[in-house]
Design a protein around this ligand. Structure first.
Ligand code: 5GP
Length: 118
């Protein structure tokens, strides 16, 4: 059940209050296209449960975190970038560039990624 206290835009998406272009969902996770894509493929994978960031995850979240990474790989395969390669990123806090306080993994693909990241 969607958390009524999740005051983030992703909470609104989980509650169906604003639309999102969903590409995957299961009991634990949802994936949808980023509203401002930075690559041909740019999908956000989030847990249904509100965890503010990776820094807020605890030991008991280990199975969920593993599941989210697995969903990233499933999404990448569905989006057709498993063979060409892709990047999975989670931004944490201010210096990490996090703008939405609900844990999310960016799945980026369809173009060559740069390193080091900006
Ligand atoms: P962060 O900056 O926190 O790592 O990533 C947040 C991401 O959420 C950004 O890439 C931003 O474009 C995306 N985003 C923000 N608001 C919305 C929204 O309402 N819908 C969707 N689909 N993506 C959003």
């Amino acid at each position: 059940m969607a958390d009524p206290h999740n005051d983030t835009v992703f909470g609104m998406i989980l509650r169906g209050e604003i639309p999102a272009d969903l590409v995957y969902e299961d009991d634990l996770a949802v994936a949808f296209r980023d509203i401002a894509p930075q690559a041909e493929v740019h999908v956000l994978v989030i847990p249904r449960r509100h965890i503010r960031s990776l820094a807020h995850a605890v030991e008991n979240d280990q199975p969920l975190l593993g599941h989210l990474l697995n969903v990233c790989a499933v999404v990448a395969a569905r989006e057709g970038v498993a063979d060409s390669g892709y990047r999975v990123v989670t931004n944490i806090g201010e210096d990490g560039g996090q703008s939405v306080d609900h844990l999310h993994f960016h799945v980026l693909g369809g173009r060559r990624m740069n390193w080091p990241p900006g």
